[in-house]
Design a protein around this ligand. Structure first.
Ligand SMILES: C[S@@+](CC[C@H](N)C(=O)[O-])C[C@H]1O[C@@H](n2cnc3c(N)ncnc32)[C@H](O)[C@@H]1O
Length: 239
């Protein structure tokens, strides 16, 4: 593979354009191409919305369709196609600096990690750089003024919609001082019931689309009982 140089996976933070790091901002400005993961429900293209005003007209923006599904028969080919598309665009345009943008931090449930595996096989000479970003839970903790941990507090991060066994979830909730429940929106109702039965419901705060114009913050989470909410949401439980 020729003409390849560097691809930076840039975490653009959870929503507030002010929360992009200086390094991420510089990588964005230096990039000839910006790769944007795109989902049908639009949640991934939110990363593009965050950085849009920092981009200039001569920068090529390439959308990479990635389905919002757990079905490996759909996901694996999509990751392969995304890796192929990245390489094809970089070679065809003799790109030396490209970025792949994503919400929050690239290493925390980020789409890039799957594509990275394929790129490493398809183009071992391509330099990959990871530029960290402010995570959604860091932003939620800041805006709700929730201290995540002090001294010897045990903190856990859970993917709530994958914790389908209530007994396991309740066991985990009881073991840690602080629990961050990501991907919570679709299962919010069940999770709140578990928190209620453990006497923890008043210890939780809810953040949805934090930092975005559509932000929802709820400190009395009892008001959310019985509801399902969008995917871009999380709970922080601090005992
Ligand atoms: C695929 S993971 C991406 C995590 C992201 N890389 C991060 O560092 O926060 C998607 C989950 O992140 C959380 N999330 C991402 N952005 C968010 C935001 N602006 N507000 C609330 N939750 C968010 C939600 O829990 C969502 O289900």
């Amino acid at each position: 593979m020729t003409n390849l140089r560097k691809l930076s996976a840039v975490g653009v933070g959870p929503g507030d354009a002010e929360l992009i790091t200086l390094k991420g901002f510089r990588r964005l400005q230096a990039a000839e191409v910006v790769f944007v993961p795109q989902s049908k429900d639009g949640s991934m293209s939110l990363a593009h919305r965050i950085v849009e005003k920092h981009l200039s007209d001569d920068q090529l923006v390439v959308s990479l369709p990635l389905p919002m599904t757990r079905n490996p028969d759909l996901l694996v080919p999509a990751w392969e196609s995304a890796a192929e598309a990245i390489l094809q665009v970089m070679v065809a345009n003799r790109v030396t600096n490209a970025v792949y943008i994503l919400l929050g931090d690239p290493m925390l449930y980020g789409t890039f990690t799957y594509i990275w595996e394929r790129l490493a096989v398809m183009a071992p000479d391509l330099e990959i750089e990871i530029v960290p970003g402010v995570t959604s839970f860091a932003a939620t903790a800041a805006v709700t003024q929730t201290i995540l941990s002090t001294t010897d507090d045990r903190l856990a991060i859970l993917p709530a919609s994958y914790e389908t066994d209530t007994a396991v979830l309740e066991d985990l909730l009881s073991r840690f001082d602080t629990i961050i429940l990501m991907k919570v929106g679709p299962v919010l109702s069940q999770v709140l019931e578990s928190l209620d039965s453990l006497g923890l419901i008043d210890k939780a705060v809810y953040g949805e689309r934090v930092g975005m114009p559509e932000e929802v913050l709820v400190t009395d989470v009892r008001t959310l009982m019985g509801q399902t909410r969008p995917y871009l949401s999380l709970l922080v439980v601090k005992k």
